[in-house]
Design a binder for this molecule. Structure first.
Ligand code: DAS
Length: 326
């Protein structure tokens, strides 16, 4: 009798683990990872499953300190050498941030797949069980090895770098908004596409300094940027407009931050395409680059923040940070 592969399921919470609570009027955290695994009988036939009840929180409650604790726990669990694949159950609202953080700091061949649900476990037609089974299938598939951290939702496989939540409520909530997603999974069948995703690795830092995201919008001034610096932000990410442009007021604030030695990364609120320096007027990308701002390439603001926090936490200087984003 061939031995079954070893699947580690790490539960952190999210809608997948929620039950409708009529008294409070909506879904609330309720189910354990073990209960969620038990609700997917085929899992036990394809794998030997170990469950780590790490947390049970909505992913809006995630913090950089939580990411560090989760990464350290995963390092310890993976070091035991038992797991052939890992599934992390997680809320979808900040899933991409946790996934990208783990993708940066956890090197290694063992596939780590995050999944969740858009509907609570008590929904008449929950998507959690199928997502959990699909995520387990991908986590245990040989072609998943060495691809870094993945997101599996609604039958799609996304890299942590590319997958992002693009719909507030649809079952098909995640997309890879740069080159295509990595592939498809359905009922035990896995098919990876040829899409290639750049991979950056930084050793797990002890701490993650404060980095804030500053939005650009018509008429904005530098109040949020100044407040972030007052709160001790060690770095800033600008959710700029277009391919990497801001207005005059924000531009002046960015110049002050750069002059104070605070690294500034230019990302964009635009979901598709990459940022790149184009315009030479005050606040245009060329002016920002010349002033010393770092361009975020293909990373959206929330992922740019993760990478900047890790780079700063690992002690990278400006040049080192710029190379991380190239
Ligand atoms: N409950 C929200 C969260 O935890 C949404 C979800 O899980 O899908 O992110």
């Amino acid at each position: 009798m061939p031995t079954k592969p070893h699947l580690l399921v790490v539960a952190t919470g999210g809608t997948i683990a929620m039950r409708l609570d009529p008294a409070s009027g909506g879904p609330v955290p309720a189910l354990t990872g073990a209960e969620l695994v038990a609700a997917v009988p085929p899992l036990a036939t394809v794998a030997e499953v170990q469950v780590e009840e790490f947390a049970n929180i909505p992913s809006e409650h995630m913090t950089p300190e939580f990411w560090l604790r989760l990464a350290r726990r995963l390092q310890a669990l993976l070091a035991q050498g038992w797991a052939d694949g890992v599934v992390i159950l997680h809320g979808t609202d900040t899933m991409e941030e946790t996934a990208f953080f783990l993708d940066i700091v956890l090197p290694g061949e063992t596939p780590i797949v995050l999944t969740g649900a858009m509907r609570a476990a008590t929904d008449p037609n929950p998507d959690g069980p199928a997502n959990l089974l699909d995520a387990a299938t991908v986590a245990l598939h040989p072609e998943s090895r060495g691809r870094g951290v993945l997101i599996v939702m609604n039958g799609q496989i996304h890299s942590a770098r590319r997958g992002t939540k693009v719909d507030t409520s649809d079952l098909d909530a995640f997309e890879s908004v740069q080159p295509p997603d990595l592939g498809r999974v359905r009922s035990g069948w896995v098919q990876f596409s040829q899409a290639w995703t750049p991979h950056v690795h930084v050793p797990l830092p002890e701490r993650l300094p404060r980095v804030d995201i500053i939005p650009m919008y018509a008429g904005v001034d530098d109040f949020a940027l100044a407040a972030a610096l007052e709160r001790g932000a060690a770095g800033l990410v600008i959710a700029s407009v277009g391919a990497g442009n801001v207005n005059e007021a924000l531009y002046q604030g960015i110049l002050k931050a750069l002059a104070a030695g605070v690294p500034v990364v230019i990302s964009s609120r635009v979901p598709f395409g990459r940022v790149r320096p184009i315009y030479a007027y005050a606040g245009g990308g060329v002016a920002l680059q010349r002033a010393g701002a770092i361009f975020a390439n293909d990373l959206n603001p929330q992922k740019s923040r993760v990478l900047l926090m890790v780079g700063l936490g690992a002690g990278y200087d400006r040049e080192g940070l710029a190379r991380l984003f190239e």
